[in-house]
Design a protein around this ligand. Structure first.
Ligand code: F6R
Length: 242
């Protein structure tokens, strides 16, 4: 695991944007694994400002989507990706795939999603955030490292953290479709970003704890090309200097 600690959250976003842009410059038809969430907003903003025209040949798969939300729902990850990234690309990157949280048969949708990633040749570059409980994608603590795309029950901590995106905390869905940890570990490169002191404890467990399903993000210790980019606040609970 390669770890960088930068001064500010904006520095983290700029460095991640630079890595994403370099990826499509080196391989225009890259298969990208994309994430949503507050941490990623500044990343997409920086990518759009610097290189929106570079993504015409890339293909993307998002990590996750809430079960039951229509793409038009402003809290859905479909809506997030459209407004923060996809609508700003020129020429538009039509090859963006996001799990269908409204699928009639969610298990079949999960299997088909996994198959689509494999058919695309696997993910070249996976962007990741981390939850306060150490989740990646929506793989909550206890998820086996071999897991594939599937329906996950959201942890209480996750539903509470994501409640501000919904009109009421009770509107937060209880389930999501998510790539599995095995799916994520299958990516050729993983880049995880964390900013803010509220992520410091999860970051310390990911980096300095044992690789354990108690902290899903600790699986990255087992990945051959994982880069973790932190701001000073998110690195605040690390015991060993980076
Ligand atoms: C989002 C995702 C999640 C988030 C994580 C951090 O697609 O997979 O794992 O990356 O919950 O979210 P923020 O950045 O909102 O703190």
């Amino acid at each position: 695991m390669q770890i960088s600690v930068l001064d500010t959250a904006q520095d983290v976003a700029d460095q991640a944007a630079g890595l994403l842009i370099a990826q499509v410059e080196n391989k225009p038809d890259s298969v990208l694994g994309l994430a949503t969430g507050r941490t990623m907003e500044a990343v997409y903003q920086a990518v759009v400002a610097r290189a929106a025209h570079r993504f015409g040949h890339a293909r993307s798969f998002n990590l996750d989507e809430y079960v039951g939300l229509a793409p038009s729902n402003t809290a859905s990850f479909h809506h997030y990706m459209t407004t923060h990234f996809l609508m700003h690309l020129s020429p538009s990157m039509i090859n963006a795939t996001i799990p269908d949280g409204q699928a009639q048969d969610l298990d079949a949708e999960a299997r088909a999603y996994e198959h689509s990633i494999e058919s695309a040749g696997g993910i070249d570059f996976q962007l990741l955030g981390i939850g306060v409980n150490g989740h990646i994608g929506f793989n909550e603590p206890g998820t086996p490292f071999s897991s594939k795309t599937r329906v996950e029950t959201l942890a209480h901590a996750t539903r509470r953290a994501n409640a501000p995106q919904f009109a009421s905390p009770t509107d937060v869905p209880t389930h999501a479709l998510t790539m599995g940890i095995g799916t994520i570990l299958g990516a050729r490169k993983c880049v995880l970003l964390a900013t803010g002191g509220q992520k410091a404890a999860a970051v310390a467990r990911m980096v300095e704890g044992a690789a354990s399903t108690d902290c899903p993000a600790s699986c990255l210790q087992l990945h051959a090309d994982a880069h973790v980019i932190l701001d000073k606040a998110a690195a605040g609970a690390l015991r060993r200097p980076v």
